[in-house]
Design a protein around this ligand. Structure first.
Ligand SMILES: [Ca+2]
Ligand SMILES: [Ca+2]
Length: 430
């Protein structure tokens, strides 16, 4: 039976091919620790809160859960600015709390996936503070460059723009150099061309693997390496966007560099060399449908799941059933040959909570629609997510007009869901 389940709060994986690898036909649930469950009444969700509710994930038929960062952090970017990669922020708990979480998860046969944020640290990380002071080996842990001067005025080394707009370079008065930040200024990019830094980050993987995790979701992987020549990126013609908007540039020197793929392969080899079961690697890369090959390549370099954000970013309320069909087929057609699993992200912490309750059956490796092979599908929703998005535009009407397209739309009775409680399940048949 080909089984597809859509999860709110994270993503769905879909696979019809039988396999011993658990993620090939699995539901992976994202837990955002801050909002999941507060165990001590301070108003912030925490690890003990997660532990106390793991039975819910079992009820939901979840195979694994991915926890967004709970590491020590100033929380300028809600945990994606890490100041200690191997410790837990006190607002979320302790390493002992985490050990209890792992123990309980294993007793319930749940896999645990952690966020791995390799591109940058917090600017409060001791590594960065030592890098500012040029203390070896930390002096080379970040990407530092000299200023350029035009008519005596200081300028950044090149025209690179951060994801959050504006120059990707910030001047540091102490070191008298610019540091690179592909995201916010408080998230300086780590320099994987430093062998010492490279080893530090492998040690992070080792640290958590030894504490029982089953894999890693790798944050912002395309930005890991930058071209070492630091050339200006080409400006796209006629975008009509403000000049500080990163979408005005062709990111040929700052995204998906060949060294980045090799880096993923090195993590694959590193994890494979450790004892125990194979650890899953999921790579996060936002791409357009025209850039599919760049994302797919992560499969071939050791990722088990190269996130497919097509449903999140590829469509809008003007998309037609044909657009959906063509997009899905395009994604499947671009998957590399081999024993890889497709996946279908429906939302995450970077996007509005998922409100659509459309359900498709999509074959894994074999392209196309398969309406007869699917018997039962279970749809799981979180009521708060539905409530968040009740007022947003729905594609439902469009889909209903074209049932022959193969898109099956499940009409959700919100009132009924509400009566069922915070989490509920629906099943449908087609
Ligand atoms: Ca708390
Ligand atoms: Ca980087």
């Amino acid at each position: 039976m080909c089984k597809i389940t859509i999860f709110l709060g994270l993503f769905l994986t879909a696979g019809c091919a039988p396999s011993e690898e658990w993620w090939r036909d699995s539901f992976i649930y994202q837990i955002y620790p801050r909002s999941f469950k507060d165990s001590n009444g301070d108003g912030v969700g925490d690890i003990n809160g997660i532990t106390s509710k793991l039975e819910h994930l079992v009820d939901l038929n979840v195979s694994a859960f991915w926890i967004s960062p709970f590491f020590k952090s100033p929380m300028s970017d809600f945990g994606y600015d890490i100041s200690n990669f191997t410790d837990i922020d006190p607002i979320f708990g302790t390493l002992d709390d985490f050990s209890k979480l792992i123990t309980k998860a294993k007793s319930l046969n749940l896999k645990v996936i952690l966020d791995f944020v390799p591109n940058h640290s917090s600017n409060k990380h001791p590594w960065f503070q030592k890098s500012i002071q040029k203390i070896p080996p930390y002096d080379n842990y970040y990407v530092w460059r000299n200023a350029t001067f035009v008519n005596g005025t200081r300028h950044p080394p090149n025209n690179w723009l951060s994801v959050t707009r504006g120059s990707a370079w910030t001047w540091n008065d102490v070191r008298q150099q610019y540091y690179l930040h592909q995201f916010s200024y408080f998230q300086p990019d780590l320099n994987f061309r430093s062998s010492a830094l490279n080893q530090e980050m492998k040690d992070v993987l080792t640290f958590w693997t030894k504490r029982g995790v089953d894999g890693f979701r790798v944050d912002a992987i395309p930005q890991a390496f930058e071209d070492a020549r630091f050339l200006d990126e080409p400006v796209k013609p006629n975008t009509g966007l403000p000049p500080d908007d990163p979408n005005t540039l062709e990111h040929i020197y700052t995204k998906n560099q060949k060294e980045t793929y090799e880096l993923v392969r090195s993590w694959r080899n590193h994890l494979d060399a450790m004892n125990g079961t194979r650890k899953i690697i999921l790579t996060e890369s936002y791409i357009t449908l025209d850039e599919l090959n760049q994302s797919m390549k992560y499969y071939e370099y050791g990722a088990d799941i190269a996130f497919n954000f097509m449903f999140v970013t590829g469509f809008n309320n003007r998309s037609t059933p044909t657009d959906f069909k063509d997009g899905i087929e395009k994604w499947l057609a671009h998957m590399p040959r081999g024993n890889y699993s497709s996946n279908w992200v429906v939302d995450n912490h970077d996007n509005n909570r998922f409100s659509q309750v459309s359900v498709w059956c999509i074959t894994g490796m074999k392209l196309g629609w398969k309406t007869r092979g699917c018997r039962i599908m279970r749809l799981l929703i979180r009521l708060d997510a539905v409530q968040d998005q009740l007022a947003t535009t729905s594609r439902r009407g469009i889909l209903r007009e074209h049932p022959s397209s193969g898109i099956i739309q499940l009409a959700l009775d919100f009132q009924q869901t509400k009566q069922l409680g915070y989490e509920s399940t629906l099943t449908t048949r087609f």
